[in-house]
Design a protein around this ligand. Structure first.
Ligand SMILES: [Zn+2]
Length: 70
């Protein structure tokens, strides 16, 4: 299972780097083309046209501390 370390993207239109730091921290870039949300709980992206609007910069780590089901 992957754990979110940083929830961050860069807008390809205005070059703004935006990061959602906690759950329900909804951040929009300065041109308004894309947004991030969810902090370290989930990755939510909003964009005007497509996923080509932004560059994904999020960081993950493999979470081995979680108890497995088997
Ligand atoms: Zn932008």
């Amino acid at each position: 299972m992957e754990k979110i370390i940083r929830n961050v993207i860069r807008c390809k239109n205005c070059g703004d780097i935006i990061e959602s730091k906690y759950t329900h921290d909804f951040v929009t870039c300065k041109c308004g083309r894309c947004s991030v949300d969810g902090g370290k709980d989930y990755l939510r992206r909003c964009f005007k046209n497509s996923t080509d609007d932004y560059e994904e910069l999020s960081e993950f780590v493999e979470d081995n501390n979680k108890k497995s089901e088997d």
